[in-house]
Design a protein around this ligand. Structure first.
Ligand code: SAH
Ligand code: SF4
Ligand code: F3S
Length: 452
């Protein structure tokens, strides 16, 4: 590595960095890891771009809207960069991987384009710009699996996200992720366990394991390792209270894993397992690899083995050729399953994917109306389900002061309900019982059983 006085005087001459992240949890965790690396190099994080020496965007490509937002943020920096050419502007993540060199053509004031598997080299890349000038492109498919983690750097002291695999091999016809995140690659159980143990020693009580397609964890590792094996190992860690994992793919979700979940005391009764559509013909064109009946059976099996399990889903509305009949089947699936919560997206064609070859034939108005219909339906289901919780006692892992009311505490149940209640500050990081007395579609409110 080449030295530069500004960038290598560790801990003495501080540099400032502004970092904004778009997209999924995986991207947010990559941002945390990147910031951890930069802090180690002596960078200080600032919350305004005009106070920063380095401005970085960790980007998402999953829908056009996510990309438009980043390009508009980048455009807004043109003036600042004119006034302060020494400021470094960088684009990281999925859009960097997808658009590569063309970002420099569209936004010449961008200095760095760093793809999804190169962010561990961030300090070195910034140094290169400082020494050799602008337009550094780093989008190779480096096979990074382990990034040195500053365990102390996480947004919530009691919870942490841990990447257990990267990439996706599924190639659902609408999805850009396999193109921008590369092929599936899993970390070993030993590496993940070491990271979780370090987090727990530092006070962390709950981990959420991340993978784009987490049910295929272990593929490619020696010894036929599965997600169930990883969960079993982590379940033994003293001091760790809860384990969650996302995102599950119905076609790769084994019944064996459901049975394993049911017997591991720390694995929470919650699954994020996107259905995407309730119509077989749409699922087929989405290349999801399952039918609606298969999905329904899988949920029944999970509910049989884990009676209080909550299920979350994603749906895409307005996929090419989606008829009103197809959409009604999605409505029916939602009504029948009664999901805990759902993310609903309007289909957005992504260049390079299989579905982009089909005509995006549904007018935006139709997509919007279907989106609204599903959002409203889910809202009413969530409210009805939450009302059933009134008068019940739930166990909450307390995260700290509630964001909406700092006089109250906030935490989550094992099923992932958000619970806001009155209680003593020293409950943070502990398990507490709460009696639910009021609800909205998103939140349960209550008090501790002993409080009047
Ligand atoms: N398996 C991944 C999915 C990432 S994309 C995971 O880790 O969650 C998240 C969601 O975005 C998908 O489940 C899907 O519902 C939605 N999505 C993906 N591509 C899309 C597209 N082209 N248009 C609209 N929504 C899309
Ligand atoms: Fe995309 Fe499908 Fe892979 Fe999820 S499983 S990242 S939706 S291709
Ligand atoms: Fe977006 Fe990339 Fe995540 S495309 S959803 S940030 S994997």
């Amino acid at each position: 590595m080449i030295d530069s006085p500004n960038f290598t005087n560790k801990g003495r001459q501080y540099k400032t960095v502004f970092f904004e992240t778009f997209g999924c949890q995986m991207n947010k965790l990559d941002a945390e890891l990147s910031l951890g690396l930069l802090q180690e190099e002596g960078y200080r994080i600032v919350d305004k771009p005009d106070a920063a020496d380095v401005i970085l965007f960790n980007t998402c490509s999953v829908r056009q809207h996510a990309e438009d937002k980043v390009y508009s943020h980048l455009g807004a920096l043109k003036m600042l960069k004119k006034k302060h050419p020494e400021v470094i502007v960088g684009v990281l993540g999925c859009m960097a991987q997808k658009d590569g060199e063309s970002i420099f053509k569209r936004m010449p004031h961008v200095d760095l384009v760093c793809g999804t598997r190169m962010f561990s080299r961030l300090p070195e890349l910034l140094l290169n710009i400082k020494n050799h000038g602008s337009h550094v492109l780093a989008v190779e498919e480096d096979q990074i699996v382990n990034v040195k983690r500053a365990v102390t750097y996480r947004p919530n002291f009691y919870q942490a996200f841990v990447t257990v695999m990267r990439g996706c091999d599924n190639f659902c016809s609408y999805c850009i992720v396999p193109y921008v995140r590369g092929r599936e690659i899993s970390r070993t159980i030993a590496d993940v366990k070491e990271e979780v143990q370090a987090l727990v020693s530092n006070g962390c009580k709950e981990v959420t394991l991340l993978g784009q397609n987490i049910n295929s964890y272990g593929k490619g590792l020696t010894g036929g390792v599965t997600l169930g094996d990883l969960l079993s190992e982590l379940n033994d860690i003293d001091g760790l209270e809860r384990i969650r994992f996302v995102t599950s793919h119905p076609a790769d979700m084994s019944r064996d894993l459901i049975r394993t979940m049911s017997r591991l005391s720390k694995v929470c009764e919650h699954l994020h397992m996107p259905a995407q559509s309730g119509s077989d013909s749409i699922l087929k064109r989405m290349r999801r690899g399952y039918t609606v009946d298969y999905y329904r059976d899988l949920i029944s099996y999970a509910r049989e083995w884990i009676p209080h399990i909550s299920i979350a889903s994603d749906f895409i509305v307005g996929f090419p050729g989606e008829t009103d009949g197809d959409f009604q089947e999605t409505v029916r699936l939602m009504e029948d399953i009664r999901f805990h919560n759902c993310f609903i997206f309007k289909y957005s064609p992504r260049t390079g994917t299989k579905a982009a070859e089909l005509e995006d034939d549904l007018p935006d108005g139709v997509k919007r109306a279907r989106n609204m219909k599903l959002l409203e339906l889910q809202k009413s289901i969530s409210l009805e389900e939450n009302r059933k919780m009134i008068g019940k006692k739930v166990q909450v892992l307390v995260e700290g002061a509630s964001k909406s009311d700092p006089n109250k505490l906030s935490g989550r149940t094992r099923q992932n309900h958000i619970v806001v209640f009155r209680g003593s500050r020293d409950l943070a990081g502990k398990l507490a019982d709460v009696m639910v007395d009021e609800v909205t579609d998103l939140t349960l409110y209550g008090k501790q059983p002993s409080c009047s």
